[in-house]
Design a binder for this molecule. Structure first.
Ligand code: SRM
Ligand code: SF4
Length: 579
């Protein structure tokens, strides 16, 4: 029998049920393709331990199957109890680590099929959900991480919650499968709750929304399908600027796949923002490519039809009284997190803690992140926020308890991230090996070593304070958002990476292909050559981002057709044309 497409699987799934229950009850160690695709909508990915693959194959054993479970928290907010629950689950049913994600989620790895129901039910009971954390729906909505008590931050967080509620799929499959909810009589489809927003086949692909409060662009809003930022006047949020059509995934050497930064769309008054976002999603549902998943993101709809057409299509789907005006002026200065101590604005404090690659674990002889964060939640009862750079902010801290928190961190040998080089503070690498089924090269596990070497280069050149954005991924899908970084490494094959240069620490410029293949061992020397040039030729006060923008004769960023062409070759093509 020929393999069903994801569209066919969704259509035949009875609201994303498929045969998930049957497989769960069968005692199988893993799911077959159709159920595996549906499981994503429920917030879990089937994986296998890739470190063990070869040996198990030799021994004629099946793969070592397990599941990643992803919790979805709008704007990354976690109560102390919710944090503790994840830690408990990691201990009893996971691989004893937690992974903060680049969309402010939290992942458990290594859950066996027999533990899935308990894990998902417990997360739901804690007030969070895994429903729609993955799959062809609106994913976790990102919001400004800093818990600053002003109108813009508060409203952005409310909006992230509103968007989350509006875009939850209505199917009762989740409650039936994982929460022992009432079973739907599948012979009476009229009893199925209608999916007004998604329809029977949901969206053509994943859909991502992020809200930033300027000047901080921590959510990397230009990489989102829809990016939003509040316009504030006299302490009141009047409305939001909207950008649309960002997205990063591409395939090496495949010219019609490429990252795209979101384009300015419109300004909408606050009371109409959710309606406008719903209209944008509707256009993508209707026009997104359902035949080729490599062409199915909103970015290609907008690239193919143009922004003007797209804005008109959105206008046609909202009440004519809703004004979609030109964007109001605003600027962004950094995608970085606020590490260290900061005032919230309500007399209390928050503390940003750097978590290397977002992995919460206790390192033998090193920092004990897991024990420290457990105690912060358990003993101090403090809530936390996952940042878009996969760090953790602890907040709502009274002045009188700051010393207590610092001493707890010291006892667990947690380094002060705010003292790191500026580059290290914001650098990130995706999960990759051994859990990610798509990884072509290492990322998370080699990143700290690579940063140690780059730190040495920065020290040698006196660039420790330079706001340099460095990111790495194990494949071209772009989970650590490499393509708008100053310098990025994207896995091609074991030990080999494509190197991209020329994005920006503000997140507002696309990088270009510097070198098709650089080996892991050659990375420090290659970075050194770039930074030595910068150090020698920069103008006073110029950042690497600005230096690159000024000094590239061929233009700072590639046009779409140039994306897969190395700089050296592009240079031979003459000056850039306008995008
Ligand atoms: Fe991602 C697929 C991990 C953020 C683009 N991503 C995957 C999978 C599920 C692999 C798979 O499909 O089998 C990875 C699981 C690895 C593991 O073992 O945990 C994975 N993505 C992650 C996380 C955990 C990386 C991290 O270091 O934190 C992030 C989870 C965020 C969350 O909580 O929801 C994560 N992924 C992103 C981002 C960044 C973002 O959303 O801001 C991107 C780029 C932005 C974008 O979507 O364009 C991203 N992930 C992808 C893609 C490429 C999509 C495309 O349009 O081509 C895939 C592959 C796919 O969808 O086919 C993918
Ligand atoms: Fe896996 Fe690739 Fe995403 Fe890294 S970028 S987590 S290797 S899919």
């Amino acid at each position: 029998m020929s393999k069903l497409s994801v569209e066919e699987i969704k259509r035949a799934s009875h609201g994303l049920r498929g045969g998930i229950v049957e497989t769960l009850e069968s005692g199988a160690t893993h799911f077959e393709e159709a159920e595996y695709q549906l499981l994503k909508f429920h917030g879990t990915y089937q994986q296998d331990d890739r470190d063990l693959r070869a040996e198990r194959r030799k021994q004629k054993l099946d793969k070592a199957w397990s599941f990643m479970v992803r919790s979805k928290m709008p704007g990354g907010r976690l109560t102390a109890a919710q944090y503790l629950l994840h830690d408990d689950l990691a201990e009893s049913l996971g691989n004893r680590t937690l992974r903060l994600t680049t969309r402010q989620g939290i992942q458990l790895h290594g859950v066996l099929i027999g533990g899935l129901k308990e894990v998902i039910a417990a997360i739901k009971a804690s007030g969070l959900t895994t429903w729609g954390a993955c799959g062809d729906v609106v994913r976790n909505t990102m919001g400004p991480a800093s818990p600053i008590q002003d109108a813009a931050h508060r409203d952005a967080q409310c909006l992230a919650e509103e968007i989350t509620q509006v875009f939850l799929a209505h199917s009762t499959a989740y409650s039936e499968i994982w929460l022992d909810g009432e079973k739907l009589d599948l012979s009476r489809p009229e009893t199925e709750p209608p999916e007004e927003i998604y329809g029977k086949t949901y969206l053509p692909r994943k859909f991502k929304i992020g809200i930033a409060v300027p000047p901080c662009n921590d959510v990397d809003l230009f990489t989102q399908d829809v990016g939003l930022a509040p316009v504030v006047e006299g302490g009141t949020v009047l409305g939001y600027n909207l950008w649309a059509g960002g997205g990063l995934g591409m395939t090496h050497n495949m010219e019609n796949t490429r990252p795209v930064l979101a384009k300015p769309l419109a300004y909408a008054a606050r009371e109409h923002v959710v309606t406008v976002v719903k209209a944008i999603v509707a256009v993508q549902r209707e026009y997104g490519n359902r035949k080729d998943r490599k062409q199915s993101r909103l970015k290609y709809v907008i690239e193919n039809f143009g922004v003007k057409w797209f804005l008109n299509a959105v206008k046609q789907r909202v009440d004519s009284a809703i004004a979609l005006e030109p964007l109001r002026p605003m600027t962004f200065d950094t995608v970085s997190d606020r590490l260290g101590w900061h005032e919230q604005g309500d007399g209390r404090w928050f503390r940003g803690i750097h978590v290397p690659q977002g992995r919460i674990q206790d390192y033998p002889e090193g920092p004990r992140f897991r024990s420290a964060f457990r105690q912060i939640a358990e003993k101090l009862g403090l809530p936390s926020i996952v940042t878009p750079n996969a760090n953790l902010l602890i907040h709502d801290i009274d002045e009188s308890r700051r010393a207590e928190l610092d001493s707890l961190l010291d006892r667990h040998r947690i380094p002060r991230g705010e003292t790191f080089t500026a580059a290290r503070q914001v650098a990130h690498a995706c999960v990759s090996m051994p859990t990610c089924g798509l990884a072509l090269a290492e990322s998370e596990r080699v990143f700290s070593d690579m940063l140690d070497k780059i730190d040495a280069v920065l020290a040698e050149l006196g660039l420790e304070e330079e706001p340099l954005l460095i990111r790495m991924t194990g494949c071209p899908n772009g989970c650590a958002r490499p393509y708008n970084a100053d310098i990025a490494f994207v896995g091609r094959a074991p030990g080999k990476y494509a190197m991209f240069v020329g994005g920006s620490h503000r997140g507002d410029r696309l990088a270009g292909l510097h070198t098709k293949t650089v080996t892991f061992d050659d990375i420090p020397a290659t970075v050194r050559a770039l930074l030595a040039d910068f150090s020698k030729n920069r103008e006073t006060g110029e950042t690497f981002t600005d230096f690159w923008g000024r000094s590239r004769e061929i233009g700072p960023e590639p046009t779409p057709e140039q994306f897969h062409i190395e700089f050296a070759e592009r240079a031979g093509h003459g000056p850039l044309t306008e995008i």
